[in-house]
Design a binder for this molecule. Structure first.
Ligand code: NAD
Length: 256
């Protein structure tokens, strides 16, 4: 088992990438704390327990400092330590558009969850990782941190750029404490988050045309990448923009 005796905290574990990763980490031997604003995350815990794993849920709004402090304390109290944090919770607001039409409130909400949430996750998890002798931090950025998106989403794009640059700095600062920090950059996925945003066939095709593989990715495919970054197999990997994107960032023109 690749995460035997590890304790992992995953934010945004009620659906999509977070749920798939929680299930996979538990199968690989980790005890998993699922932190989410949505109580549907309890279902993730049930699924893990059903497959014989260990998990616990804590209601968390990652945009609130006290909630993030609590989720880390809860992980240490429940399972004795913290080795891995996957700061994965994020939103893509349906009114997030171009710079002219996007409201300030949409910008603020997106930044509070997507950027401040990752900052708070790191702020409170790093002392716990130190107590455990080191660990792995994985922050979910996106391919839009590297490329301009064809469908405008100005706040989301800016937020993921911030996650990527924040992850790099954290990696450099904490490298000598045996704490690795990587940004997972998924391509477009067939999860609820993106499908709600690309809500017409035309919008879906507009995005698909850029992906060499010609399909959306699956949450499970991100979970496997997160597993590698969480495990000791990636012991020399830090500060990366870890792309799992169906080739989207490699393409200039995609094949027919
Ligand atoms: P999802 O909507 O299925 O999952 C997002 C999770 O975050 C949900 O469980 C939700 O309840 C939780 N969440 C939202 N606000 C929260 C808050 N304030 N506090 C705590 N939890 C909160 O979407 P997903 O596709 O699995 O997205 C996971 C991450 O991957 C996000 O950061 C997203 O930006 C990123 N991402 C997704 C795609 C994609 O195409 N789906 C591409 C690149 C990056």
């Amino acid at each position: 088992m690749r995460l035997k005796d590890k304790v992992a905290l995953i934010t945004g574990g009620s659906s999509g990438i977070g749920r798939e990763t929680a299930l996979l980490f538990a199968q690989e031997g980790a005890a998993v704390v699922v932190a989410d604003i949505n109580e549907a995350a309890k279902e993730t815990v049930k699924l893990i327990e059903k497959q014989g794993g260990k998990a616990a849920y804590i209601r968390t709004d990652v945009s609130k400092a006290s909630d993030c402090e609590n989720m880390v304390a809860f992980a240490e109290q429940t399972f004795g330590k913290l080795n891995i944090i996957f700061n994965n919770a994020g939103i893509m607001h349906s009114d997030d558009d171009n710079a002219i039409t996007t409201e300030e409130s949409v910008w603020d909400l997106t930044m509070n969850i997507n950027v401040k949430g990752v900052f708070f996750g790191c702020k409170y998890a790093i002392p716990a990782l130190r107590r455990a002798g080191g660990g792995s931090i994985i922050n979910t950025a996106s391919f839009v941190a590297l490329l301009g998106a064809a469908t405008p989403q100005i706040a989301y794009t800016a937020s993921k750029g911030a996650v990527l640059s924040m992850s790099r700095e954290l990696a450099v600062i904490h490298a000598r404490e045996n704490i690795r920090v990587n940004a997972l950059c998924p391509g477009p996925l067939r999860t609820e988050l993106l499908m709600k945003f690309l809500n017409t066939e035309e919008k879906k095709q507009r995005r698909l045309v850029h992906i060499p593989m010609g399909r959306f990715g699956e949450a499970k495919e991100m979970a496997f990448a997160a597993l590698y970054l969480a495990s000791d197999e990636s012991s020399y990997v830090t500060g990366t923009e870890f792309l799992v994107d169906g080739g989207i960032t490699a393409a200039y023109v995609t094949p027919e």
